[in-house]
Structure formats: C-alpha cells, structure tokens
Ligand binder design. Structure first.
Ligand SMILES: Nc1ncnc2c1ncn2[C@@H]1O[C@H](COP(=O)(O)OP(=O)(O)OP(=O)(O)O)[C@@H](O)[C@H]1O
Length: 147
C-alpha cells in the first residue's frame, strides 16, 4: 500500500513543526521518536503485525518447550531481524513515496522490490531457525525417544 496517500506533510502540533528538523534534545525524546516509529508500523503495516504475533508465539513456544539459552538467543535475534527488516521496509517505502509520490518510476520499483526481498529473506531464515530449534523438542513431545 502506498504510504503517501494516507498522510499529510503538515506536523500534528506547532511544537512539532518547530523541532521536527532538530536533533532529539535528550535520550527520552529519542526513545519517544523510536517508539512512535514502531507504533506507526504496528498500526499501518499488516505484515509487521503478522510478524510481531508470530514472534510472540515463537517466544512463548520456546518457554513451553524449555529451549536452551543459546537457542532462545538465536530465536530472539531472528525475530528481531524480521521486525527490523519490516521497519526498514516501511521507512524506505515512506522515503520513496515522499520522493516520487503517486508517479511510476523504475527506480522506485527497484527500491521497494529490494526492500520487500530483504524482508522475505529474513522471514525464510526465521522459518528455518524455527524448524531447527522447535522441531526436535516437538517430535520428542509427540514421540518420546525419537529425537
Ligand atoms: N512509485 C512506484 N513506481 C514503480 N513501482 C512502484 C511504485 N510504488 C510501488 N511500486 C510497486 O508496487 C509494489 C508494492 O508497493 P507498495 O508501496 O504498495 O508496497 P506494499 O505492498 O505496501 O509493500 P509491503 O507489503 O512490503 O509493505 C512495489 O514492490 C513496487 O514493485
């Protein structure tokens, strides 16, 4: 979905219009901006929501299946990688839409397709990690002594 069609370029408040171009004055403000980005992606990007839910389910499953600390670390990094890719994809879509608006441009297509490809690769890697980490304990649960 094209992003520019949903948004206005005008800031929400006068204060925001004065400070939007400045470096965040403190760490708390930086976190607030970062959180706003995550909230925006959660509200507007269906794929981000899907990956967020799958990530939470995978982490919960890890607790239920008592996976080892190293496995939990790999799962956590993998989930983060997918969500980070989704956020970068959303950021790139915004910049492309800001640049070309509603007009077709071959470079806009390449940029968006490559960003989507990056998300796809991270999601496939996450699926493989899930198979490697969760399949053995699941099989053991279903057929004790098999794994
Ligand atoms: N300005 C443009 N010029 C050329 N092709 C475009 C342009 N905008 C989008 N596209 C093509 O349409 C596809 C979908 O773009 P869109 O901005 O709708 O992303 P999306 O469907 O929201 O992607 P995602 O699901 O990753 O968020 C792009 O991958 C690209 O191939």
């Amino acid at each position: 979905m094209s992003i520019s069609s949903n948004l206005q370029s005008t800031p929400k408040s006068k204060k925001e219009s004065k400070t939007a171009w400045q470096v965040a004055p403190n760490l708390f403000t930086s976190f607030r901006y970062a959180w706003a980005g995550i909230l925006y992606a959660t509200k507007t990007q269906r794929n981000f929501r899907i990956h967020l839910v799958i990530g939470l389910v995978a982490l919960s499953l890890g607790v239920v299946l008592h996976i080892q600390a190293l496995e939990a670390a790999v799962v956590t990094v993998t989930i983060s990688a997918v969500l980070v890719m989704e956020l970068m994809n959303t950021a790139l879509e915004s910049v492309v839409d800001l640049t070309v608006g509603q007009t077709y441009h071959e470079l806009a297509k390449i940029a968006k397709d490559c960003a989507a490809g990056a998300v796809l690769i991270s999601a496939i890697a996450a699926l493989l990690v899930a198979v490697f980490v969760y399949l053995p304990p699941c099989l053991e649960l279903l057929h004790p002594g098999i794994a």
